[in-house]
Design a protein around this ligand. Sequence first.
Ligand code: SAM
Ligand code: SF4
Length: 381
Amino acid sequence: MELGNRNSERATTPALALSHGYDPAKANQIDTSPMTGDIRPVRIPEPERGVSIEAVPLKTIFLHVTKSCNLSCCYCYFSANKPLPDEMTRIEFGRVWEDIVTLKPQRVVFTGGEPLLRKDILQLLCDLRDADPHHHVLRCLNNNGYLVTPPLAEELVGLVDEVRVSLDALAERNDALRGKGSFDAAVRALDYLHAVGFEPKVLVTVTSMSIPDLREFLCLLIAKGITRMNLNHFRAIGCGAEHPEWAAATSDIDGAVQQAWEECYPRQPVPQEPDNPAVHINCGVGSFISIMPNGDVFPCHELMMPEFLCGNVRQQSLTEICRRHSLLDKLRGLDFHQLARQDKNLVSLTGPDMCLGSVFARTRSLPVWRETLALRHLQMD
Ligand SMILES: C[S@@+](CC[C@H](N)C(=O)[O-])C[C@H]1O[C@@H](n2cnc3c(N)ncnc32)[C@H](O)[C@@H]1O
Ligand code: SF4
């Protein structure tokens, strides 16, 4: 099955990609993307030095093209609202495309804020497409559905491989979380995208508030012909920072998925995530990056503290930021089980829903971090 292709066949059963956290690496594990599989280091020629350097192999680049948003979801990790005063221009993004193509991540996810609020969003997508004539990198677009119209959906064909629309629950609960009218807007967008041949993916951010609806909601999506969904755990960051109680229990999510699947596909076993040994070592940190609208590069949405700033693409090339032996490479090499043996305060890193960001937020004063990562600006309490 191809992504976002007019002629692609619709799958008859959905690919439920269950992830733990707003995901990064894990959410895409059972995507039907043609580019999944091993990721390997990339050799980057550096003309001025006449040698090649090796770069950290990246799976996903999250490109936050704006902080501006037309919604105010109560849990937004980015606290999106107004654009930053110093967001990058199309010309500045232009300097990043070539590096991205050199680094060959599996995908670039255009996100925000609401990326469709950028007047030049189609040009940005076009520029990346033109910089990547052999289509090494999948172009994905996250959005909240509000700004998708039939003509825009048409324009996205050929520019975007995967369109992802966020929708969390049945109408009433969804709108309580994401804003009045957001359910209808997202459903409308899914219809427009289907009509032009996309197989849109629904991004479901699961909170404890959405659990009561989850089974029925998943059945509704399946009945609507949605074949691709990611279930992402809410993370208590940004607007949700003060609400750890909004986190849903994994067992509740698994239970709802199981029930929905049995109801919709009574004769088929629930699909399991394929086993990936890499995720047993750490949460995938170091194999994806988040680029902010002002060019700052962080390892992920949860590690947006000053000590984890990897660089800024206005001042440095992305290939330089992602080179071997960088902070990103150190993060990639972390073995959470080994860290837990070094310091018993880090035992939670070995749990099933392990995530460096949330554990680091609680334990940033431990000497083990300074020793292991040599963080430049580590603020000791
Ligand atoms: C930040 S939004 C940006 C793109 C677009 N505005 C949208 O809502 O799809 C990208 C995704 O992150 C999810 N998200 C936002 N805050 C989150 C949090 N605290 N924990 C987990 N996922 C979150 C959203 O629900 C959405 O699916
Ligand atoms: S989750 Fe998306 S739509 Fe909601 S406030 Fe954040 S950026 Fe806006």
